[in-house]
Every structure is written in C-alpha cells, then in structure tokens.
Design a protein around this ligand. Sequence first.
Ligand code: SF4
Ligand code: SF4
Length: 150
Amino acid sequence: MPQRIQVDVSEIEGILNAILDSKIPPVARCRLLSSGFSPAHTLYLSEDIAGTKACLGCGNCIDICPVLGREPARREKTEQRTSMALETIVADDCDRCYACVLVCPQVDTTIKYYIVNRRVVEVMSRLEARIGDDQEPDLDLFLEEALDQG
Ligand code: SF4
Ligand code: SF4
C-alpha cells in the first residue's frame, strides 16, 4: 500500500535494472526502493506504521511465483510467507518473471508500471523460447489448452 508520492523511477533506474537482471527474487529489493506504507490505511492500529517498507507477510509473492507452482515441494521448507522465505526457497532459480513485484502491496506503482512497460515483452520472449522444452510441462499444457480453445 504505497504512499501517494512514490519513487521516481528515473532516479533509481540503474539499480532497478541491476535488480531485475539478477537471478534472485527481486521483490524485497523493489519494496525497499518504494515509498513505504501509506498513512491512508484503514487498519485499526495504535502504532503509526506509515512509511514502513517492511514485508507484510501477506504471501502474495509466494503464491504467484511460477517456480513454486512447478515445484510445490519447495514450499514445505517453511511456513513463513514473506519475501525472505521466497528468497530462501527460490534462491537463484528465479525465472525473472517479475510477478512477485507486480503483486506486492508494498511496491510502488511507479516501479510496477516501469516493469510492465519496459520488461514484460522480454519476459514473454523468454517464456516463448521455453515452449516445447520437456522440462516445462506447464507451459506445454497451457499452449495445448490455448490451441484447443482457438
Ligand atoms: S515470481 Fe518470478 S521474479 Fe519473483 S521469485 Fe518467482 S520466478 Fe522470480
Ligand atoms: S508480496 Fe507480501 S509477503 Fe511478498 S514481499 Fe510483498 S508484502 Fe512481503
């Protein structure tokens, strides 16, 4: 739940691209580059948490990650549903799909728009190159279903 005034991506573009180019889950570092929790929340809290960039433990990034979708046994390593858990159980096997960043409530919309506008085309190309790979049964199934419906 980012603040109204969010990070200007032009000021962090270099470090953001370095994060997006690495093979480890990017969500925690994108969260830390963001503006933090909005004071406009509707939670009943006595403590002022406005501006915190902490992981909320919502588990959205865990649920959306395709690596964990393909290999659910990895999720059995921990009950935690945080970005730290994601980094531990995915490690350097990250697909660089950026889905975890797009679903994180603590990442600024400015960063999400940058990814959608500048990076999604390259993600689609990487996925397309993997269709037909024996190690990618989910992608093949998806393609077959799409063709059947067409
Ligand atoms: S959701 Fe995508 S970018 Fe995030 S950790 Fe999983 S594979 Fe990597
Ligand atoms: S999606 Fe939720 S669990 Fe993952 S990093 Fe963001 S706040 Fe934390």
